[in-house]
Design a protein around this ligand. Structure first.
Ligand code: ADP
Ligand code: MG
Length: 237
C-alpha cells in the first residue's frame, strides 16, 4: 500500500515550505526526495512521519488515513544526519532499546539484535560503544536501530550527509543492497543528484516546496519535465 500524500501543504508564517504536494510511493520501493537546500524535503519527510501536522491535505500510510495519527501510532523508523546514538550504551544495547521499551520478550530481543547486526554487517562490533566506531559504522547502527521494530516505512533524512565522499559512496551501494533484502518502503532525502540516481527506484524532484517531477532515475535524467529539473539533474551543470 505504501505512502499516499494528497495535496499536502505546510506553511511557516507566510512561507510555504510544502505547497500542495501529491505523491504516491509504492509499497516496498526506495524513493529519493531530491532538491536543493530549502526546497521542503525535510518538512515533507516530517509530515509523513507525524513530526509535523499538515495545514491541509491528507497522508495515507499503508492504506490508513494517518493525517492525525501521532508519531508513535505510525509504524515508522527514522534515521537523521545527526541521529545520535546513546553514548553510554553498546551497539547491541542501542539496537535493543526500541524493542525493550516496547516490552518485547528478552529472548526475542536477543535474537533480533543478532539478526540486525548481521544485516548491517557489524557482526563483530556489538559490544563496542559509539565512540569506538567510524561515522559510517554509526549510521549503520542507527539504521539497525530504526529497523529493529520492523517498521512499515523507513524515513532517512540525509543519513550519510555528514560523512566523507568515499564512505558515502560505499554506504549508498550498501543501502541499495540492504533494501533489496529488507524491502521496507523507504523514503530517502538527499540534495545529491548522484546519490539519488544510484540508490533509488524513483526520484521525486522538489523545488520551492513543490514537486517538479516524479520518475525513475532514467526518466528524470533523459526526460526532465521542467527547466528546473534540467538544470538541477542534467549533465550540463
Ligand atoms: P530542505 O530539507 O529541502 O533543505 P526544509 O524542509 O528543511 O528544506 O525547509 C524548507 C524551508 O522551510 C526552509 O526555508 C526552512 O527555513 C523553512 N522551515 C522549515 N522548518 C521550519 C520551522 N519549524 N519554522 C520555520 N521555518 C521552517
Ligand atoms: Mg533537509
Amino acid at each position: 500500500m505504501g505512502i499516499v500524500v494528497e495535496n499536502v501543504s505546510k506553511h511557516f508564517g507566510s512561507f510555504k515550505a510544502v505547497d500542495r504536494v501529491s505523491l504516491e510511493i509504492k509499497s516496498g520501493s526506495l524513493v529519493a526526495l531530491l532538491g536543493p537546500s530549502g526546497s521542503g524535503k525535510s518538512t515533507l519527510l516530517r509530515l509523513i512521519s507525524g513530526l509535523e501536522v499538515p495545514d491541509s491535505g491528507r497522508i495515507m500510510l499503508t492504506g490508513k488515513d494517518a493525517t492525525h495519527q501521532s508519531v508513535q501510532e505510525r509504524n515508522i523508523g527514522f534515521v537523521f544526519q545527526h541521529y545520535a546514538l546513546f553514548k553510554h550504551m553498546t551497539v547491541r544495547q542501542n539496537i535493543a532499546f526500541g524493542l525493550e521499551i516496547r516490552k518485547v520478550a528478552k529472548a526475542k530481543v536477543k535474537r533480533r539484535v543478532e539478526e540486525l547486526l548481521e544485516l548491517v554487517q557489524l557482526g563483530g562490533l556489538g559490544d563496542r560503544y559509539p565512540s569506538q566506531l567510524s561515522g559510517g559504522q554509526r549510521q549503520r547502527v542507527a539504521l539497525a536501530r530504526a529497523l529493529a521494530p520492523e517498521p512499515e516505512v523507513l524515513l532517512l533524512d540525509e543519513p550519510f550527509g555528514a560523512l566523507d565522499a568515499k564512505v558515502r559512496k560505499d554506504l549508498r551501494a550498501w543501502l541499495r543492497r540492504l533494501h533489496d533484502e529488507v524491502h521496507v518502503t523507504t523514503v530517502f532525502v538527499t540534495h545529491d543528484q548522484e546519490e539519488a540516481m544510484e540508490v533509488s527506484d524513483e526520484i521525486v524532484v522538489m523545488n520551492k516546496g513543490r514537486v517538479e517531477q516524479v520518475g525513475t532515475p532514467a526518466d528524470v535524467y533523459d526526460h526532465p519535465a521542467t527547466a528546473f529539473v534540467m538544470s538541477f539533474i542534467g549533465p550540463v551543470n
